[in-house]
Design a binder for this molecule. Sequence first.
Ligand code: HEC
Ligand code: HEC
Ligand code: HEC
Ligand code: HEC
Ligand code: HEC
Length: 352
Amino acid sequence: MLNIIRLSTIIFLSLLPLCSLARVTGPCVSCHTMHNSQDNLWVTDSGAPNPALLVADCIGCHTGQNNGINTVPYVFSTTPPQYSDTGTEADTNTLSGGNFYWVSNVDDRRGHNIFGLAGPDATLTLPPGGDATFTGQLRCAGSMGCHGDRTVSEQISAVKGSHHYKDHAIWQSGNTLATSYRMLNGIQGFGDDSYEYHPTDLQHNKYYGLDRTAEAETAEGSISGQCAQCHKFYHNGASSLTTSGTFGTGVWLRHPTDYDMSNAVSSNEYQLYNNSATYGDNIYSVISPVATADTSTTVNSKIFSQANDAVVMCLSCHRAHGSPYPAALRWDYKAWPAAGYNGCAVCHTAKN
Ligand code: HEC
Ligand code: HEC
Ligand code: HEC
Ligand code: HEC
Ligand code: HEC
């Protein structure tokens, strides 16, 4: 006991100057318990201590309803979140990743079936497009998850040293876990401070993407490359994307990602990206967003304003956590045109 107290006191003192710069703020006691004991009762729900002396686990801290003021990004709500058609309208309360509510309460198709939030996916036992080495149920972090160091199995250990050292003001270079976009190890980007609560063309995540020239290119550090860690062949792999084997020529076998729209010279269809009376030409669309190769902290509010800033990515169409729609899509692709929403038309402007 004494050792624990002494150790935490030392850590407490040595952390003080860092805490004022760090993104996790507030009294230690809001998030940490020294002995996992209060009136001789467990502090955690699970009945076993959480690693790093925490009062809750990932899901415990990240469950709630977003209101634009909360500093913890909530990714799971126990009551139905507001999503509307595209998750970007003024009455919505989801964040950029969407929400695990629907996969937990509606069906397996609405998102990633995370352990603790939903049962294992009854149909998809492997990540589609993946290489069959990933078996077992997904978690938030670690070797079975998306966040943190994917070589570490225990979840909190996998994100160790990131919550206290997040600096939202700098480009996330991916060089360390703390400087990785949303704690996705090695991934670059620049996150919106409010995690895209009510995003606009001026206030949104800046996703990192690359304009590839060969279909085997993994695009290290790109957001689509992150998805490819498990869904490999949807993103890269010889003979998996094009008929000709040469990326960007001929017709596609799977929808391109990490591919810049300015390559598509066959028509001016893509040059009219987000061409609507409301938005005007080429304004960044938060409904069907694109990634960019630009690594500055200037938010990309217009596309085709510099090289490789119109990169199609997995998140042009999907939400990473989940959505009210099948395949965790950003809008209801299947129900359109009777109902639903045609987000494809933001890019395929000649096809609606
Ligand atoms: C809002 C919640 C929150 C508050 C407040 C908080 N922490 Fe943490 N802390 C975390 C989380 C989450 C982790 C584990 C994951 C990680 O390291 O990213 C953590 C990890 C740690 C770690 C181990 C990893 C590392 O970065 O060294 C130490 C030590 C720590 N906290 C000390 C403190 C101290 C001391 C305070 C008060 C000054 C404090 N924390 C306040 C959430 C919090
Ligand atoms: C004790 C509460 C607590 C726990 C446990 C916790 N988090 Fe967090 N998390 C927070 C808070 C508070 C923030 C907001 C910090 C900030 O503003 O950067 C946050 C932010 C994040 C972010 C966004 C970081 C960014 O780039 O802006 C991610 C991703 C995340 N947590 C993932 C996790 C994962 C995965 C786990 C479990 C391994 C976890 N968290 C456990 C409290 C917690
Ligand atoms: C750590 C591995 C891993 C990563 C990284 C990952 N996925 Fe998945 N994904 C899975 C697994 C496993 C399944 C199947 C089980 C399930 O749905 O939970 C799946 C299923 C899916 C589904 C189908 C959901 C359904 O049930 O129809 C979509 C869509 C999807 N992933 C998109 C993405 C996107 C987009 C990214 C990147 C932001 C991503 N995934 C990153 C492992 C991963
Ligand atoms: C142009 C839009 C678009 C892009 C970009 C896109 N997807 Fe999809 N994805 C869809 C649609 C639509 C579906 C569901 C219907 C279908 O399979 O055609 C789907 C289905 C899926 C599924 C479920 C497949 C199954 O077998 O049930 C996974 C997994 C998935 N996508 C992952 C990804 C990953 C990973 C990327 C990036 C490498 C990506 N998607 C890029 C539109 C897209
Ligand atoms: C972010 C922009 C974007 C979005 C959103 C998008 N696409 Fe695409 N799509 C592209 C680009 C760029 C190409 C490649 C065009 C080329 O090579 O000439 C493409 C290619 C295609 C192709 C293959 C054409 C060929 O020549 O082989 C089809 C089919 C397609 N998309 C359908 C869809 C559908 C359906 C959706 C909605 C679910 C969708 N796309 C959403 C940008 C987008």
